[in-house]
Design a protein around this ligand. Structure first.
Ligand code: MG
Length: 262
């Protein structure tokens, strides 16, 4: 009996292997160049995921692992200077008027992971309570703010596309607790001076979806309607010095390419 079962299993597996190689007699997928189950379609690159949630996968650029600020500069008066934000205990903390912290490396389409904490000791209210920002391409701000029982205008809440769209919901943790942003960002495209495709963003805030492929209106601006100005295909990631001692840790970015990369 065991022999018969084993023989049947071997035949089935041989059949599986043939089938797993794909088909060329199947229809072409609409809008694509590939057959359904096309054996010639490139296999996705192998990425080793992190050992724990929130960790950097193998193809990520780790911008800050808690040890040093070698991937960053401070931007002060338009000049790049050595980082002056406070580095201690595995995090970096905004130093008032030290300037924005800007990555040396530049990114376009990207997956971005950032962890942040607003001050445990509450000071100020509304927009002056734990304000900072994750500013993608140095232009498109996902607001950082202590929004735990802190009323402010909706499009200025944490997780909001500042001045444009509030977060879909408010999943804020209490002051002092670590919070996460996981962002998928599609950079805008320009042809010369002309915008040919706006930016889009998807944001998970503490694991909760707060933007789902939302179109960005333009570069962050205060009390005005955002507009686009042409810029390079890749630009630095910027963490905002909004004068409050917000902390950051575990920052990594994956450059995103399309499907079917050879
Ligand atoms: Mg801000």
């Amino acid at each position: 009996m065991a022999v018969i079962v084993a023989a049947a299993f071997a035949v089935a597996c041989a059949f599986c292997q043939l089938v797993d190689q794909g088909f060329t007699d199947t229809p072409i997928l609409p809008g694509q160049t590939w057959h359904v189950h096309d054996p010639a379609r490139p296999h996705p690159h192998v990425v080793t995921p992190a050992g724990a949630p929130g960790g950097a996968p193998s193809d990520a650029v780790v911008l800050f692992d808690g040890k040093d600020l070698s991937h960053w500069v401070n931007l002060r008066g338009g000049q790049a200077v050595a980082p002056a934000w406070k580095l201690e205990n595995g995090y970096v903390e905004v130093v008032d008027r030290a300037g924005d912290l800007v990555s040396k490396e530049k990114f376009g389409d990207a997956q971005i992971h950032v962890e942040w904490a607003s001050p445990a000791v509450v000071a100020g209210s509304s927009q002056s309570r734990g304000n900072s920002g994750v500013i993608i391409m140095s232009r498109y701000e996902i607001q950082v703010l202590d929004c735990y029982n802190n009323p402010t205008y909706a499009d200025g809440q944490a997780g909001g596309i500042y001045g444009q769209w509030p977060p879909l919901v408010n999943p804020a943790r209490p002051p002092g607790e670590w919070q996460t942003y996981d962002i998928a960002f599609e950079a805008p495209r320009f042809e010369g001076e002309k915008l040919v495709k706006p930016a889009y963003v998807t944001v998970f805030y503490n694991g909760v979806l707060v933007h789902n492929h939302k179109q960005i209106l333009g570069a962050m601006v205060y009390r005005k309607v955002a507009t686009y100005s042409p810029h390079a295909a890749e630009e630095p990631l910027l963490l905002q010095d909004h004068h409050n001692p917000v902390r950051y840790r575990n920052i990594w970015v994956r450059r995103l390419a399309g499907y079917d990369q050879p």
